[in-house]
Design a protein around this ligand. Structure first.
Ligand SMILES: [Mg+2]
Length: 415
């Protein structure tokens, strides 16, 4: 760095040097002062809108509406299964910082929220930040009159391939075969199932039932529909080894979270022993947490969640990191309509999008609450055309489904 210290006293120079050293020691990245605000817009309010998803379909959806003095608002989503109170409190805390800020300065706001204190990151903080990031991009797109994906590098594809989740009604191999066939008949080119339930004990009976379920689905859809298996950490390492071996013949698109996601060394061991592609990432946050699994070549596909890992800003960066390791993205998406629409915008503008997760049993509700619907054709989807996300939430419709009360801890649930 070239320093000009003309006219600077020795004391001023030393103070600057000390500040820079302190910033380095604290791990602060790019500790610049706030940039001059210049869009002419100011954030005036942050509002939380809660709504229940379809019956038996999951936990409350938490939406964030950021308003500006120009009459433009943006939508984000921070749905964080069973942690509503925590994430809402975090957004309320951030509100004090955000009121009066220029909504165009998304990178600066993101970095400010991320490095504000020593204790940052994690599900609650990162979900709050994700919602803020998403809402700000919606505002910027609307203010400039372009879709969000145009604010990055523009689209690299015209439509996004989906993989279906939430397509099954039964759990026996026969019922799954029936439901898989019906899903493929609707045009879906890929789907995943959860063949192994329960805690981390892989009994021979459980393993066999899981393999029978996968075999039934593969048989039902044939070789041209991709099949994925989500294990949701239900196995330990030896169980995962045995399962991976038994799943080899089914030509799976991925085996998701075969073991706990927080030990990349164990994941590497498994990855070296199987040809089944391994996917993880729905519970990792920020580019810093994805760094290790990428560096160790522990995974083939990563699944960051746009509502948890840091918003579309952060997923774009994570995608670029993954590209250098020849790793593709299948963004995790188990939440509401803003999560889905924002994920589609990401998928449109990253080179290494593998597929987009879609919960089929949520689709009708998405389209009930969105002003512009999500149109699925032949297993592909494109975000609605128009500025920002290209669609709005109907608050009156969301209000028809008030948030649910639930017990935040389910005994024996290892998910
Ligand atoms: Mg999963």
């Amino acid at each position: 760095m070239k320093l000009s210290n003309k006219g600077m006293t020795r004391r001023q120079f030393l103070t600057g040097a000390t500040a820079a050293t302190t910033a380095t020691l604290m791990g602060i990245r790019g500790a610049d002062a706030a940039p001059t605000e210049n869009s002419g817009l100011r954030i005036t309010d942050l509002k939380i809108v809660l709504s229940a998803p379809p019956r038996d379909g999951g936990w409350n959806w938490i939406f964030l509406k950021i308003e500006t003095d120009a009459g433009i608002h943006g939508w984000g989503e921070a749905s964080l299964q069973e942690k509503d109170a925590g994430v809402i409190a975090e957004i309320e805390t951030f509100k004090k910082f955000l009121i009066g800020k220029d909504p165009f300065q998304i990178e600066h706001i993101w970095a400010s929220l991320h490095r504000r204190v020593t204790w940052t990151g994690g599900a609650v903080t990162m979900s709050a930040m994700s919602a803020i990031d998403l809402a700000l991009w919606d505002i910027k797109g609307k203010a400039l009159g372009v879709p969000v994906y145009e604010l990055f590098g523009g689209k690299v594809r015209d439509k996004v391939k989906l993989y279906a989740n939430g397509w099954f009604n039964g759990s026996t191999p026969e019922e799954l075969a029936r439901d898989a066939k019906a899903t493929a008949a609707k045009g879906y080119k890929a789907m995943k199932l959860y063949p192994f339930g329960g805690p981390q004990v892989a009994t021979p009976e459980r393993i066999q039932l899981g393999v029978d379920r996968v075999a039934a689905v593969r048989e039902a859809v044939g070789p041209n529909v991709e099949v994925g298996v989500d294990i949701r950490n239900a196995l330990n390492i030896w169980g995962a080894r045995r399962v991976a071996q038994k799943l080899e013949p089914f030509d799976l698109m991925f085996m998701e979270e075969p073991i706990l996601y927080d030990n990349s060394a164990t994941l590497v061991e498994l990855a070296r022993e199987t040809s089944v592609p391994i996917a993880v990432g729905e519970r990792l946050y920020t580019r810093w947490e994805f760094r290790e699994v990428l560096e160790k070549n522990a995974v083939d596909i990563i699944q960051p969640d746009i509502c948890h890992a840091g918003g579309i800003s952060e997923l774009k960066k994570i995608a670029a990191m993954a590209e250098t390791y020849y790793v593709t993205l299948a963004p995790h998406n188990s939440n509401g309509p803003i999560s889905t629409v924002a994920s589609l915008h990401l998928d449109m503008m990253i080179n290494n999008c593998f597929m987009q997760e879609l919960i089929l049993r949520f689709l009708d509700r998405y389209n009930e609450v969105l002003t512009e619907p999500l149109v699925v054709e032949d297993g592909y989807c494109t975000p609605p055309a128009g500025p920002g996300w290209g669609t709005e939430l109907r608050e009156d419709v969301l209000a028809k489904y008030p948030p649910k009360e639930y017990n935040p801890v389910s005994s024996g649930d290892v998910f």
